[in-house]
Design a protein around this ligand. Structure first.
Ligand SMILES: Nc1ncnc2c1ncn2[C@@H]1O[C@H](COP(=O)(O)OP(=O)(O)OP(=O)(O)O)[C@@H](O)[C@H]1O
Length: 267
């Protein structure tokens, strides 16, 4: 059984078919990338998994269960975490506090016992702290633990957002353009984190990414979309040399390094 499955999924926004009869199976333990030109439907697929949208047709299952029966606020409880294209962190809180927010889904004590800080609450608080400290160690964030998000460089914020998602201890991690805005060195670091997340933590990763260098470096499989339709699925090399993908990138000889068409690059 696949961890996440799209079965003939279609979503329309008025006359625009953002996702058009897409079927794909993401297997436990793999890094899977969604690529395609702007407007291809990549973010919409993410937003379907996050249950921000209902598809017009088709089924989406997570761990064999119907995801479409769940509300968006229930998705993190299932073990699905995500990062956003525009980083979403609490600016006026420290790195530590932002990571502790990620522990919310594991909180078992009620509000009353939290108010009077019972031994059970103290134990639970200690477990959350330990889990967060492990994430801080894993992502080398020790130097930033007590720093306010608002004062941090962009590249560090991206890693903290990754940490917040990891602090939830997900089974499936959705990364929305993890390399966007990062320098070449930071993108390389991001590739190492993604590899470690897969190999050391055993977490399945589904990412949307334009940087084909990063996609090729970390992905086991890639799905290329254009105008909401599947063009090709396979390894990064297979997808980049697929005639339909080359065609979609408008007369370019394959996909440019940014993952956009050469026409888009020139604009
Ligand atoms: N909330 C919305 N309302 C109306 N149309 C939308 C909405 N969200 C996306 N679309 C349209 O659906 C199509 C797919 O958009 P989507 O954002 O999924 O593409 P994408 O592949 O993520 O593009 P990008 O790489 O630019 O982020 C586009 O034509 C877009 O304009």
């Amino acid at each position: 059984m696949s961890l996440l499955e799209f079965d003939h999924v279609t979503l329309r926004f008025g006359g625009v078919v953002a996702v058009n009869d897409v079927s794909v199976k993401i297997e436990e333990g793999e890094v899977f990338a969604l690529v395609g030109p702007n407007g291809a439907g990549k973010s919409t697929m993410f937003n379907l998994v996050s249950r921000f949208y209902d598809p017009a047709e088709g089924r989406i299952t997570f761990d064999g269960k119907d995801l479409l029966k769940r509300r968006s606020d229930e998705v993190p409880m299932l073990g699905i975490a995500r990062t956003f294209q525009n980083i979403e962190l609490f600016e006026q809180a420290t790195v530590l506090h932002n990571l502790l927010v990620g522990r919310q889904r594991h909180r078992k004590t009620g509000m009353i016992s939290e108010l009077i800080f019972t031994p059970k609450v103290r134990d639970e608080e200690r477990r959350h702290r330990e889990a967060v400290e492990q994430v801080i160690d894993f992502l080398d964030l020790q130097a930033y633990r007590d720093k306010m998000i608002s004062g941090l460089p962009y590249g560090v914020r991206k890693v903290v957002e990754l940490g917040r998602a990891l602090a939830t201890e997900p089974r499936l991690l959705l990364l929305d353009e993890p390399a966007s805005g990062l320098s070449v060195e930071e993108t390389q670091d991001m590739a190492f984190w993604i590899e470690d997340i897969q190999k050391q933590l055993g977490i399945t990763v589904l990412m949307v990414e334009h940087d084909m260098g990063l996609v090729s470096a970390v992905s086991n499989r890639v799905l290329a979309l254009a105008d909401g339709k599947e063009l090709a699925t396979g390894t990064s090399a297979e997808v980049q040399s697929h005639p339909a993908v080359i065609e979609a990138y408008l007369g370019t000889k394959g996909v440019s390094k940014t993952g956009k068409s050469k026409k888009e690059d020139a604009a």
